[in-house]
Design a protein around this ligand. Structure first.
Ligand code: LAN
Length: 721
């Protein structure tokens, strides 16, 4: 069993045997820590045993695979073993190191006790992810230490009860001070600290609530921004304009003395609105933003109280709509935490809204071997389940009786996850009926590629003779509405013609980036075109077109425009830059698969040929592919040290589907994957697979099962039969 750093330095740990993951029919997941006397009556699921025991998890050992197909099958058996009854494949969707601050501050602010077992494990996680050399934290788990990461995680540890003279805190404080202390923390960090009353709101740039009352026809209206940015800006407007802060406690008084380089009372916070540590700075303010902020600071001082109240009432109305549309989950944990504080301030600790928000936080804190953390979203349920279904069919595994149950469970889960209602009026959201989210139906946000992949997965089941009877579960009207939704997401206006973005089509001019206040992220103000979202959408539409006769002409046009966008997005060297996976290998796979779906292959199509040749040129001496997360930051292919299973699978999938003619290249990749397979059939985690906003790594733990299954299965179909 791995001994983690937290254990080496003598920090407590909970009893792994007492943890249970509860998952309901809609894929909602949360952890319980049960009493010892209940252990026998409430057995741990295989997934939880696997997660917490690692290599010591015992399961049937299959025969050593003699072919790619057998290798895929062994992996599939393992995956089937850890599937939850609800159909989903739970996982700790971790990486970002700026999420738990929200949970911890929201609890502290609202006097919500954090159960001891959660506290212990959250401390463990933060301690175990400290930078191995200097002891600070970055934006994500694999990052260099930054002021934001270090400051937020230091505060998390202190609020969770780690004493200031604990060696972990001493070390982290040193890093924080070397990075300029809390005064150099970026915008969101300053907001959390101000809520805690260990920083002052005059040192935070304003976010006037009046902007939400502007007419929507104005092209800069906040409801035209990217969903995540506006979801966070909304509660930030409220708390920063009301200058909400909690009463000082003895612990907070101590913190005031720990996080700054000078005496708290001597600081003129207003001088630090734009003070950001150079190491953190990814997207510096433009002079336009600085100018606007200085005017707004003046305005903030003269704004009549009635107007402030009226504007914030409108803000709260919009927040309530977000709560209603997401069953109080909110789009992601950052705005969930801010909204929890706003609901507490606005409606009080006994209110329905506050209590439900508090309750739903359970959905995003997830346990794992290093400890417990706040995930990027409430899971990856729909996305992973859609892939699983598709790949079992593509790999020929669905023909085997042993996977019938897995397939039925996945299928029914997807059917349950389709949106059946639209959002409430006045939410500034698109129609969502028939579409699909990334995680769960309750989370409530359509994503373009998730919709396309889920529809494709559902249809694949119905189209297989063995499962055709499941077709009765499909509500055809709903499915068509899903296609309507997907089609409506394509960018066909003046921005990024033919492409698909994430949650909506682009609603405003990308020049809005000039007022991006986040400092640590770029490209967050509006929806951008994403080649992977476009690829998946094309894949979903081409598959649908083959099997259904509905809006034929519109679908043909959408596919044609999408394909043109994909071809145009290819770079000179034949690569595609990936925004949601690391990086060129990920985007290369999706693009080649999308082009294959419109019958464009290596021998006949120049774009495909260049795409394949680029990937092949990156093959490592060990036969695999390995791309560092640095590719995402630098926008150039940066090799890792040795071939990796997930990226090798991505490339092989692309090459096989593109009908790349040189089998020996593909063989070597297959051998690498098979050589890494463990005797149980699974694969180890090797390196972070996902990314967002070009800079923040995030793990997709199921990718190490899903993509090898697909790559090995496709290989077997192509060359072994
Ligand atoms: C995700 C996760 C899934 C991802 C894919 C479906 C893979 C992608 O193809 C489309 C975009 C999407 C839905 C996506 C968008 C941004 C998310 C929600 C995340 C990367 C997970 C966490 C991240 C979110 C922005 C985190 C909150 C932080 C902010 C900077 C606002």
């Amino acid at each position: 069993m791995t001994v983690y750093y937290s254990e080496k330095i003598g920090l407590p740990k909970t009893d792994p045997q007492r943890w249970r993951l509860r998952v309901n029919e809609l894929g909602r997941q949360y952890w319980d820590y049960i009493e010892k006397e209940d252990l026998k009556n409430d057995p741990q699921t295989p997934y939880v045993q696997y997660l917490l025991k690692g290599d010591e998890f015992e399961c049937p050992i299959p025969e050593k695979p003699q072919s790619a197909f057998e290798s895929a099958r062994n992996c599939a058996d393992f995956l089937a073993l850890i599937q939850d009854e609800s159909g989903v494949f739970p996982c700790q969707y971790k990486g970002p190191m700026f999420m738990s601050i929200g949970y911890v501050v929201a609890c502290y602010f609202t006097n919500t006790p954090i159960p001891d077992h959660v506290r212990t494990e959250m401390i463990r996680y933060v301690v175990n992810t400290a930078h191995p050399v200097d002891g600070g934290w970055g934006l994500h788990e694999w990052d260099k230490s930054t002021c934001f990461g270090t400051c937020m995680n230091y505060v998390v540890l202190r609020l969770l009860g780690l004493p200031k003279d604990n060696p972990v805190c001493i070390k982290a404080r040193k890093v924080l001070h070397a990075l300029g202390g809390a005064l150099a923390t970026p915008y969101w960090g300053k907001a959390w600290l101000s809520l805690l009353n260990v920083y002052k709101w005059e040192g935070v740039n304003p976010a006037p609530p009046e902007m939400w009352n502007l007419p929507y026809s104005l092209k800069i209206h906040p409801c035209r921004w990217w969903v995540h940015t506006r979801a966070i800006a909304l509660p930030l407007s409220y708390i920063s304009s009301y200058k909400s802060q909690m009463p000082l406690t003895p612990l907070l008084k101590e913190l005031r003395n720990e996080i700054f380089l000078q005496d708290f009372d001597t600081i003129d916070f207003s001088k630090h609105r734009n003070n950001v540590c150079g190491i953190d700075l990814y997207y510096p303010h433009t002079s336009l933003l600085d100018f606007a902020n200085s005017i707004l600071v003046g305005y903030d001082k003269i704004r009549p109280t009635w107007l402030l109240k009226e504007s914030n009432d409108a803000v709260y109305e919009l927040i309530k709509k977000e709560l209603a549309n997401t069953e109080h989950l909110c789009i992601a944990p950052v705005n969930a935490a801010f909204n929890t504080i706003v609901a507490y301030l606005e409606e009080g600790p006994e209110s329905y809204n506050f209590k439900r928000l508090q309750e739903r936080f359970k959905d995003v804190i997830f346990h794992g071997p290093q400890g417990m953390t706040t995930m990027g979203t409430n899971g990856t349920q729909v996305w992973d389940t859609s892939f699983c279904l598709q790949y079992f069919f593509m790999a020929g595994l669905a023909d085997l009786d042993e996977y019938e149950e897995l397939i039925i469970r996945c299928f029914k889960f997807l059917i349950r996850s389709q949106f059946t209602t639209d959002t409430v009026d006045g939410s500034y959201r698109d129609k969502r009926i028939g579409c699909f989210p990334f995680s769960t139906k309750e989370q409530g946000y359509t994503v373009s590629d998730c919709t396309a992949e889920a529809i494709k997965a559902i249809l694949m089941v119905k189209n297989h003779p063995k499962f055709a009877y499941l077709g009765d579960y499909i509500d055809e009207d709903l499915l068509k509405k899903g296609i309507d939704g997907l089609l409506s997401l394509q960018n066909v206006g003046s921005y990024h013609f033919g492409s698909f973005s994430t949650y909506e089509s682009t609603r405003a001019n990308p020049a809005l980036e000039k007022i991006n206040p986040a400092e640590v992220f770029g490209n967050i103000m509006v929806e951008y075109p994403y080649v992977e979202c476009t690829d998946s959408s094309v894949l979903g539409l081409t598959y649908f077109r083959e099997h259904w006769d509905y809006r034929r002409h519109d679908i043909d046009t959408a596919i044609e425009r999408g394909v043109k966008f994909i071809c145009d997005a290819q770079q000179e060297d034949g690569s595609w830059y990936g925004c949601w996976g690391v990086c060129f290998t990920y985007a290369g796979m999706f693009a080649l698969e999308a082009l294959a779906s419109v019958n464009q292959y290596y021998e006949t199509n120049e774009v495909v040929r260049k795409g394949c040749d680029f990937l092949v040129s990156k093959q490592m001496a060990d036969g695999g592919w390995s791309e560092s997360i640095k590719s995402c930051e630098t926008h150039t292919y940066v090799r890792g040290k040795r071939g990796m299973v997930v990226q090798t699978s991505w490339v092989l999938i692309g090459l096989i589907l593109a009908k790349y003619p040189h089998k020996e290249v593909i063989d070597r990749g297959v051998q690498l994957i098979m050589s890494r397979q463990k005797t149980r059939g699974d694969f180890d985690f090797e390196a972070v697979e996902g990314i967002f906003n070009h800079s923040c790594g995030i793990e997709y733990p199921n990718y190490k099962f899903l993509f090898p299954i697909k790559a090995l299965g496709l290989y077997s179909k192509e060359y072994e039969q």
